[in-house]
Design a protein around this ligand. Structure first.
Ligand code: ZN
Length: 547
């Protein structure tokens, strides 16, 4: 009898956990909402290192963990990924389809537009750009929060400008990002906080000193196997030693996130975030995991040292907030995941350099007797643009030849036309079940997208080996799409969930948490029940007009 009762109780528990969380959902808005993006932090890395975390990431792991999160769109790059997190919209709606796209009508010679720039500013170029949220087509949570409660502050800090721009949006109180010599801002009329001056001075002083190699704990030392990539570059056993004033080495190391978190902590104190009557929002973009991945890969000693250091630094950051008695909640995710060096991946390969769009275009031009670039875009996959200077007849011929050429290559999975992608309905299933075309549709913009979209086969790194880039991302495959999505606040029930959710779900979830109403359908994402009390459909429809 007891066994039957236990079995029945177990069944009851299973039903309860399906239907509703076992602990009460925290209610009421936190005073400070912190949203952290760890650049290139894959779900695989989160799951692999989770048992090793003892600091800030361990604290977050005690919250609600979606270990099957998705940057659901195809173009898994930094700018599109960051554009989803606090807008609640996929790139097809944010307009941020890739980091840089070709605009053949642009006045500049390279016809390339950077995602976080204002190309209309005289003197601006795609390489020396004027930082701006101009390209972002939708508002962020911070903007909606400030519209609803003007005394709320919205602050964004990040290693990369595009992370701070895409998470902060068009109107915010402070935005700071790293630019070689210090943290800077694009916001006019904002007095520089003392914290920024102090952190810049402290980081410059640290940079002026050489850094001794880090001492790897056994879990990291066990990964110290070397591989050679690029032009004789050895990766796998790095320990982040650097020479004095080697800025690039500092950026590609745990030091970098430490500086961003020091800035975030200082600004929280100086601006009194979380101390007002209305909720404040702090977006933090931690870029070093991406830089470490690109420099050394994801499965070596270097990434191990980086993630354990990030765990410690986040622990210090949260401890500071605790010591100040700030009522805060945290959401953490990533802008995309990543693919390790092919040498460490069974079945992995580097892309064939002959797949470069310029090379393919030249061959087609020669065959058809056409001069000029013929194909633009410059990459080895993704958006390919056909020269608009050609006649419609020649463009059609080029398109046909390009499709034939790409499709005949053994590393190419598929080639789609812009018409095929545009005609694809938006996906309505969970992101783990999306077709390739549905992933591409979520990255499609009718003006900014290319004429053809080339998809490489799985496990083909999208840059040639000679480039010396270790880990990569940008493909529509799940190893680039799957990211952790984690929510923490005091008293949240520790839960790990396997249901596939999207980074666009973060914004409507946090909007519900801090009392920013959204009309149904206003954003692509959905409020995640169990993290907070989600609004009943239709209850807030009258509150706001369509965004
Ligand atoms: Zn990134």
């Amino acid at each position: 009898m007891r066994k039957i009762l236990l079995a029945a109780a177990a069944l009851l528990c299973a039903c309860r956990s399906e239907a509703q969380p076992q602990a009460p959902i925290p209610t009421g808005a936190p005073k400070l909402m912190i949203v952290i993006s760890v650049d290139q932090f894959s779900a695989e890395l989160w799951n692999e290192y989770r048992p090793q975390f003892t600091g800030g990431l361990a604290r977050l792991a005690s919250g609600m963990v979606f270990r099957n999160g998705f940057e659901s769109h195809a173009a898994t790059e930094t700018c599109p990924g960051h554009s989803t997190i606090l807008t609640g919209d996929r790139p097809a709606r944010t307009g941020i389809i890739v980091n840089s796209w070709v605009d053949q009508s642009a006045a500049r010679a390279d016809k390339t537009i950077y995602c976080a720039e204002d190309e209309t500013v005289p003197g601006s170029s795609s390489s020396n750009y004027t930082v701006s949220p101009r390209q972002l087509k939708v508002p962020t949570l911070g903007e909606l929060l400030k519209a609803r409660s003007p005394s709320s502050r919205s602050v964004a800090v990040a290693g990369k400008d595009r992370a701070a721009v895409m998470m902060g949006g068009h109107r915010l109180d402070q935005r700071w990002y790293w630019r070689r010599t210090g943290f800077t801002t694009d916001l006019a009329g904002v007095a520089t906080p003392v914290t920024v001056t102090r952190v810049n001075a402290a980081f410059a002083a640290a940079l002026a000193q050489p850094r001794l190699p880090l001492d790897p704990p056994p879990v990291c030392a066990a990964k110290a196997q070397t591989y050679t990539i690029g032009k004789g570059k050895i990766v796998g056993n790095g320990r982040f030693a650097r020479a004095a004033n080697d800025v690039s080495a500092a950026e590609d190391s745990p030091e970098f996130d430490g500086a961003v978190l020091a800035l975030a902590a200082g600004l929280t104190q100086e601006l009194g975030l979380g101390r007002g009557t209305a909720p404040d929002l702090l977006a933090v973009g931690l870029s070093a995991t991406d830089y470490v991945g690109h420099s050394f890969g994801t499965q070596g000693q270097e990434m191990c040292l980086q993630l354990l250091s990030l765990d410690r630094d986040l622990g210090d950051f949260f401890a500071m907030l605790d010591s100040r008695g700030i009522d805060y909640a945290v959401a953490l995710t990533a802008d995309h995941a990543g693919f390790d060096i092919p040498e460490r991946v069974p079945g992995g390969s580097w892309v064939d350099p002959s797949l470069n769009a310029d090379t393919v275009g030249k061959a087609i031009g020669a065959k058809l007797g056409l001069s000029g670039p013929v194909l633009l875009g410059g990459g080895y996959s993704g958006d390919i643009f056909i020269d608009r200077g050609l006649s419609p007849t020649d463009r059609a011929k080029v398109r046909e030849e390009a499709m034939k050429s790409y499709r005949s290559h053994p590393q190419v999975e598929a080639v789609f036309t812009r018409e095929q992608i545009a005609a694809t309905p938006l996906a309505i299933t969970t992101p783990d079940r999306w077709t390739l075309l549905e992933r591409l549709r979520a990255s499609f913009d009718p003006v900014r997208s290319g004429d053809l979209l080339v998809v490489l086969k799985p496990k083909v790194a999208p840059y040639p080996k000679e480039f010396g880039i270790a880990s990569t991302h940008g493909t529509p495959w799940d190893y680039d799409r799957r990211v952790p999505i984690v929510f923490w606040r005091p008293n949240i029930a520790a839960t790990t969930r396997d249901d596939p959710v999207e980074t666009v779900d973060i914004m409507p979830t946090l909007a519900a948490m801090i009392g920013v109403p959204l009309s149904p359908g206003a954003v692509d994402g959905k409020c995640l029940p169990g993290v907070t009390v989600c609004p009943v459909a239709g209850a807030v429809a009258a509150e706001r007009g369509k965004r």
